[in-house]
Design a protein around this ligand. Structure first.
Ligand SMILES: [Zn+2]
Length: 144
């Protein structure tokens, strides 16, 4: 079983747990989600799902995404000035850079930042429960 198949299975289980019937159209959407290495928004997920199996409506896509998010198996990112984007929750922790010109989302993880955040929180008497870091970036001139 590939990693994608395992992710699809977990997404299916989450939908069943939410009491949602897995139609062939919803199954196609789950495959698309499990496959996605980028951070597609609902419209893009809808486009990809329809390409695999016609007949799913955009509102069904939205409802399904909401149920999956409530089950904790996908993450919703609300980047500034952009529709919500989604990714399956089985990635290692990472933060995001958003290219303000192209809209491209770049994943990164920095031990230095992770460490510094913990240190700063600790200095103020806290421990970090969860964090989100978003950097809005633009390519430096001359770097294509
Ligand atoms: Zn990501």
């Amino acid at each position: 079983m590939t990693a994608t198949d395992q992710r699809t299975d977990r997404l299916k289980k989450a939908l069943r747990d939410a009491g949602i019937r897995i139609t062939r159209q919803r199954a196609a959407l789950l495959d698309v989600l499990a496959d996605a290495e980028d951070h597609p928004d609902a419209v893009e997920l809808h486009r990809r799902a329809v390409a695999r199996m016609p007949g799913i409506s955009l509102s069904t896509v939205y409802r399904t995404l909401t149920a999956l998010e409530e089950q904790g198996v996908i993450h919703r990112h609300q980047f500034e000035g952009d529709a919500a984007r989604f990714e399956h929750a089985e990635t290692e922790h990472h933060d995001h850079m958003i290219d303000v010109e192209s809209g491209e989302v770049i994943e990164f993880c920095s031990d230095r930042i992770e460490h510094l955040q913990k240190q700063i929180a600790a200095e103020l008497g806290y421990e970090i429960v969860h964090h989100r870091m978003e950097l809005y970036v633009r390519k430096k001139a001359g770097e294509g």
